[in-house]
Design a protein around this ligand. Sequence first.
Ligand code: ZN
Length: 168
Amino acid sequence: MSGLEDLYREIILDHYRSPRNRGELPVPPATRVEGFNPLCGDEIVVYLELDDASKGDDATVTQVRIGGQGCSISQSSASMMSAAVAGKTVREVKELTKAFKSMMSIHEGELEGGEAVEAEESTTGDGTRLGDLEALRGVVKFPVRIKCATLSWNTLAQGLEEAAAASA
Ligand code: ZN
């Protein structure tokens, strides 16, 4: 399956070289959160704007911007994430986060001494599509890089929590 691996590498490099939604948003109304992966030195800054955070899971992510620096896996994952979540509801973003982390959790679970979850399916129950994010599937073969791939998603989740808390 080296053809598929070449394609995945191409997608990752494309997002690394031409990151989507790179930049900043005015805070407020946007929420700004930072994530750091000390294992690799990756930094991710997520700027996130919701139409109305008080709507909870029904709120829509109107804009996302990404800052920070780090390895190609962390930066391309953040770029793919920004493209995947823009325009989605918080509920859809949570589903997507779950699907992505499930794809990554085979080894993340092992790293943390938890129970490893086998994730053959890359879609959630209602068929959430991962699209370009599938390209990061190969990362599970390199456990030390999984934190690089999940960093932006953990940072986004923190941002959604902070946005919801601020509106409560
Ligand atoms: Zn990294």
